[in-house]
Design a protein around this ligand. Structure first.
Ligand SMILES: [Cu+2]
Length: 471
C-alpha cells in the first residue's frame, strides 16, 4: 500500500477487535493479516521484462506479508489461456526433474525455481488467481476454496491479480545456446527419503485472542495446547536426529510453516476432526488472553502425498485448515532456532516458538536457553530459576533473584492457565530467595500429577517456567 504521495503505507489499526474485550488495544495496534493493493516485483509495481524467444530461468520468492499467490502464465492480460511452464526447484534446491505446471501456489516465504519458454510467444502476463484474503485451500475442481464449500473471490484482476508482463521482442542471440531442460531431464541424483531415528512430535496451530481481544495465532503441542514464545521449549531433538513433525492445523486458514536452518521433506497431509477447548493463554506481560487445547482428534484416513512440485527439499510448507501435515527433518545443526508461520503478521504475534537442537543446559536459570521477559536496565539482574527437584513429588523448591527490593508475586498455574496457588505475595529484599511448594492448591488440597507453570512478577519483571509433578 502507498499513500497518495508515494510513501509506503501500513495500517496501524485492526478494526476487527472481538467485542467485549477490555482494555482497548493500544494505538498503533497489530493487525491479524495484511493484504496490500500494489504488487511489487523486485521493488517495481507491475513491471515489464523484454525477453528473447527462448527459455529463461525465473526464481520466485513470495515476500508478501499474508498473500498466497496462485500464479498462472496467461497469453492475454485479461482472459487468455494458461501456458505451461516447468518448476525445477523448491526452497532448498533442485527437483529431481522438471514438473510441468499451468498453476503454481506460492505461500509467503516459499521459493520456486521456474523455467519459462518464450519461444513462439509474443506477450505473456504472470497473473494471480489467489484471494485478497487468507488462503483456505483448493476445492476438488481446482478452484480456490472459501472454506465453506464455495469458491473464494480471486484477487482484483486490475490490481492484485496482475504480477508482471513478459514482452517477447528481443532478437534471439545466436551466440547463447538455448537451454535443453525439458520433460524428463535429470536435474540431480535421487532425493533419498530420510529415515526417522528420533521423536515424532505432535504440534498444533491455534487461533487465539490476546489480552486486548485481537486475533493471536499460536503454535503449541497436542499435549499442552497453545504455547507463547516465552514458555519453555518443547521441541528438543538431539544433534543429527531425524524427527517427524506432525502439525495439526486447528485454525480456519492455511499457514506456511517454516523451520529455521533445517531442510525437510513433506511426508503427507491428512484430514482430521477434533475439538478446540479454550484455555487461558499467558501473555508476555503477565496478563492472559485466550488460547486452545486440541482434543478428541480423529484422523480421516485419507493421507495424500505431497504435490509433484513439493517432492524436493523444503523449509516452508503450506499447512491447510483441518489437515495434519507431516514433515521429516534431520536436525544437524546444534543450538537454538525457531519455527514459525511465515505470514509476517502471524510470526510477529505470536505464531513463533523456539526449538533447541542438542543437550540443553539446565543451570543458570536459562534452563532451556529461554530469556526471561524483563524490562528496564536492571532486567538482567532479575532471574527466576528452574525448580529443584524437577520432576518432583510432592515438594519442590523455587529460587529467584531480585535486582531491587520490592513486592513479589509468585503464582502457580495449571496447563489451562488457571491459578492453582499463590506461593508468595509480599515484599522481598534484593538478592537471592527460595520458596517451597508443598504440591497443594490455595484450598490446601493436593494437586494431581502433571505440568504446572510458575510465574514470578516484581515491578515490570515477569518470568514463567514449567515444572512437572510426577506421583
Ligand atoms: Cu500463520
Amino acid at each position: 500500500m502507498f499513500t497518495d504521495d508515494g510513501e509506503l503505507f501500513f495500517p496501524s489499526e485492526d478494526p476487527e477487535i472481538e467485542p467485549g474485550f477490555e482494555p482497548l488495544p493500544p494505538g498503533p495496534s497489530a493487525i491479524a493479516e495484511f493484504f496490500g493493493d500494489f504488487i511489487l516485483v523486485n521493488g517495481a509495481p507491475w513491471p515489464k521484462l523484454e525477453v528473447e524467444p527462448r527459455k529463461y530461468r525465473i526464481r520466485l520468492l513470495n515476500g508478501s506479508d499474508s498473500r498466497f499467490y496462485v500464479f498462472e502464465l496467461r497469453d492475454a492480460e485479461m482472459g487468455g489461456t494458461a501456458q505451461e511452464f516447468y518448476q525445477i526447484g523448491t526452497d532448498n534446491g533442485l527437483l529431481m526433474s522438471p514438473v510441468p505446471l499451468t498453476k503454481l501456489l506460492l505461500a509467503p516465504g516459499e521459493r520456486a525455481d521456474l523455467v519459462i519458454d518464450f519461444a513462439g510467444q509474443t506477450e505473456l502476463t504472470l497473473r494471480n488467481f489467489g484471494p485478497d484474503d487468507p488462503f483456505k485451500g483448493f476445492n476438488p475442481d481446482g478452484t480456490v476454496s472459501d472454506g465453506e464449500g464455495g469458491v473464494a473471490d480471486p484477487a482484483d484482476p486490475a490490481t492484485t491479480g496482475k504480477i508482471m508482463k513478459f514482452v517477447v521482442n528481443q532478437p534471439l542471440d545466436a551466440n547463447v545456446p538455448n537451454a535443453t531442460v525439458g520433460m524428463g531431464t535429470i536435474l540431480r541424483p535421487n532425493i533419498v527419503p530420510l529415515t526417522q531415528n528420533g521423536s515424532t512430535r505432535q504440534l498444533v496451530l491455534f487461533e487465539g485472542l490476546d489480552e486486548y481481544g485481537r486475533l493471536q495465532p499460536l503454535l503449541g503441542t497436542l499435549e499442552e495446547g497453545s504455547l507463547a514464545w516465552f514458555e519453555p521449549i518443547t521441541e528438543n531433538p538431539m544433534v543429527d536426529e531425524v524427527e517427524v513433525w506432525e502439525v495439526y492445523n486447528a485454525t480456519e486458514d492455511g499457514h506456511p510453516i517454516h523451520l529455521h536452518l533445517v531442510t525437510f521433506q513433506i511426508i503427507n497431509r491428512e484430514s482430521f476432526t477434533g475439538d478446540v477447548e479454550e484455555k487461558d493463554q499467558p501473555q508476555h506481560n503477565g496478563t492472559f488472553g485466550v488460547g486452545g487445547i486440541l482434543e478428541n482428534v480423529v484422523l480421516g484416513g485419507d493421507a495424500r502425498d505431497p504435490e509433484d512440485n513439493e517432492m524436493g527439499w523444503k523449509d516452508t510448507a503450506v499447512m491447510l485448515p483441518g489437515e495434519v501435515t507431516r514433515v521429516i527433518a534431520k536436525f544437524d545443526r546444534p543450538g537454538r532456532y525457531v519455527w514459525h508461520c511465515h505470514i509476517l503478521s502471524h510470526e510477529d504475534h505470536e505464531m513463533m516458538r523456539p526449538f533447541y537442537v542438542g543437550q540443553m543446559v539446565a543451570e543458570k536459570g536459562g534452563d532451556q536457553g529461554i530469556e526471561g521477559v524483563s524490562a528496564g536496565q536492571n532486567g538482567g539482574s532479575y532471574e527466576l530459576l528452574q525448580n529443584t527437584p524437577n520432576p518432583f513429588n510432592p515438594t519442590t523448591s523455587i529460587g529467584f533473584r531480585l535486582a531491587a527490593a520490592g513486592a513479589v508475586e509468585l503464582k502457580i498455574y495449571n496447563v489451562r492457565g488457571q491459578e492453582v496457588r499463590t506461593l508468595a505475595s509480599k515484599s522481598f529484599p534484593a538478592g537471592a530467595h527460595k520458596v517451597e511448594w508443598d504440591g497443594k492448591n490455595n484450598l490446601g488440597q493436593s494437586v494431581p500429577s502433571g505440568v504446572y507453570f510458575y510465574q514470578l512478577r516484581s515491578g515490570e519483571f515477569s518470568q514463567m517456567k514449567k515444572m512437572v509433578m510426577l506421583k
